[in-house]
Ligand binder design. Structure first.
Ligand code: TPP
Ligand code: MG
Length: 533
């Protein structure tokens, strides 16, 4: 078995069926190995997109997303997506080719020190050799998957990829998270873990991505129902708590952020349940006591917590709910009023007769089935999508909210389409983020994905333009020239339509609801004035 075959067999053993990448000559043996092992290679149109596709694969499946590049220009192009996986806490195996070992130390053309380049954005950086490859793959998979998950970068030298391996035993380490064992850390040995919870009058849950990774949805619902706690979620955790539940209290750090934080400020106890501060935009400003509940200790200390429950989140929630003896202090009416206020604020600033950003989100939600998977890019549109899109299950809203990198949404929607051919997928993106990766439409068409792509066309890097406006600076470097999105989409084998009114959008979305094997790209010319509200 050659070294590449050992790598491929480890990936297959871990349950991975796709490799997203862009090749160069050092990758040829690896690509042949994955073909023989039955893995599918997806040729993105740029390494950065391949990496985002792999990241989305990790977000959706919980398995490592695998991406591949050549050496030098390929690997350096992959850095952004590896950084994205690092800050999204997504397991990833990133494989880059490298020049033959003999030349690596002294040769210069295309040769970068990949270990140093990837070190700050990876949990582990290494290379394989024919006599270490199986051991390296076990450690790579275990490292990528262990809490908090993240990327491992592996260089595969051109003379190693096809070389016969002497370390070729396939033995998969356990890759799941622990099911048992709760550690309690508290100041004061006699601290009663339930005293705070039982005594609180207005406890609120702030749930995040680590709860979504821990499959804690059912436990979270029963915890909220038993204790009467309303639940606010972080953007990337959307769906961890069903958003039609009467205890749902909104998404933090998207549109209407101040309103949601005001609600959190009214709490006398915060239960941070798998809340990862990587998603926090402003420094923590709450003064109420906070209990940290997560798979890992509160090592960031972005928020202070005198008590930590560390272990499997569902088990912790069940134990706390079992011991709950307090009375639910929030009335259903209070939470319902909060939600109605949030909804009104999210739609505020609509210009009658225009196609407003919230109209695009609301109309798309209206036309799409409940189990639709969406992705969103970064910018003003994300803030609307993040608050306005209602979702019911985890792993159905994909976004890059740790690194917050533009250009994520289209590659992520493609992965969602590849993995869910019988389920609707919508990719929301700004005209800026779309322009960064629009070539991937050709890939989406060639894969015959029936995904819907909705581009918020405002001829602007709006989020940045608004900051210029706030300081009364002239618009410099934030203007995007208009693009005929429909024509562009059609030239890439997709269906395309440009819309500028609610009626036109409604008709386009109705067409989008039909089962298709071609992507539908909607260029939605929006009136951005609502963003200012
Ligand atoms: C790769 C990358 N470059 C720059 C930024 C900074 N940035 C954040 S939002 C934004 C504007 C995005 O414009 P667009 O995609 O059109 O979305 P809009 O804000 O107009 O909705 C920029 C430049 C970023 N987050 N990621
Ligand atoms: Mg824009």
């Amino acid at each position: 078995m050659n070294t590449s075959t050992v790598i491929a067999r480890y990936l297959a053993a871990a349950g991975v069926h796709h490799v997203f990448g862009y090749p160069g000559d050092p990758n040829i043996d690896f690509m042949e190995a994955i073909r023989k092992e039955g893995l599918e290679f997806v040729l993105a149109r740029r390494e950065g997109s391949a990496g985002f596709m792999a990241e989305a694969y990790g977000q959706i499946t919980g398995l490592p997303g695998v991406c591949m590049s050549t050496l030098g220009p390929g690997s350096s192009s992959l850095v952004n997506a590896v950084a994205d996986a690092m800050l999204a806490r997504v397991p990833m195996i990133a494989l880059s080719g490298q020049i033959e070992g003999r030349r690596e130390q002294v040769f210069t053309h295309q040769v970068l020190d990949q270990n140093r380049m990837f070190a700050p954005v990876s949990k582990w950086v290494t290379h394989v050799r024919p006599d270490t490859v199986a051991t390296v793959m076990r450690r790579a998979l275990r490292t990528a998957m262990a809490e908090r998950p993240g990327p491992v970068h592996i260089s595969v030298a051109a003379d190693v990829a096809g070389a016969e391996s002497t370390d070729d035993m396939i033995t998969l380490p356990p890759l799941g998270v622990a099911a048992h064992g709760i550690n309690v850390f508290a100041n004061g040995a006699a601290a009663d873990p339930l005293k705070l919870l039982n005594g609180a009058k207005r406890p609120v849950v702030l749930a995040g991505i680590s709860a979504a990774r821990a499959e804690a949805s059912a436990a979270l619902v029963s915890f909220a129902e038993t204790t009467g706690c309303p639940v606010v979620v972080s953007p990337m955790a959307k769906g961890v708590f069903p958003e039609d539940h009467d205890k749902f209290a909104g998404t933090a750090d998207v549109a209407c952020s101040a309103y949601v934080w005001e609600f959190l400020r009214s709490a006398d106890l915060i239960l941070a349940i798998g809340f990862d501060p990587v998603e926090l935009i402003q420094p923590w400003s709450l003064t109420a006591e906070t209990i940290h509940i997560d798979s890992t200790p509160n090592i960031d200390q972005v928020y202070p917590a005198e008590m930590e429950f560390v272990g499997p989140i569902p088990a912790i929630l069940e134990a706390l709910a079992d011991g709950f003896r307090g009375a639910a202090r929030w009335t259903g009416k209070e939470i319902a009023e909060h939600r109605a206020g949030l909804r009104a604020l999210y739609q505020a600033g609509r210009v009658e007769g225009s196609l407003n950003p919230s109209d695009v989100v609301d109309m798309a939600r209206e036309a799409a089935p409940p189990d639709t998977i969406i992705s969103t890019d970064i910018g003003s549109h994300k803030l609307r999508v993040g608050q306005g899109w209602t979702t019911y299950a985890p792993r159905t809203v994909l976004m890059s909210n740790g690194l917050s990198s533009m250009g994520y949404s289209l590659p992520a929607a493609i992965t969602a389409g590849v993995l869910n051919r019988d389920r609707p997928v919508i990719g929301f993106m700004g005209d800026g983020g779309f322009a960064m990766v629009q070539g991937e439409l050709r890939l989406a068409a060639s894969l015959k994905l029936g995904i819907t792509v909705i581009v918020f066309c405002d001829n602007s890097l709006n989020l940045i333009e608004r900051k210029q406006m706030a300081r009364q600076y002239p618009r410099t470097g934030t203007i995007l020239e208009p693009t005929n999105i429909a024509m562009l989409a059609e030239s890439m084998g997709c269906e395309g339509v440009n819309v500028a009114t609610a009626q036109e959008l409604e008709a386009a979305l109705a067409a989008g609801a039909a089962v298709r094997d071609v992507p539908l790209v909607i260029g939605a010319r929006i009136d951005p004035s609502q963003y200012l509200a």
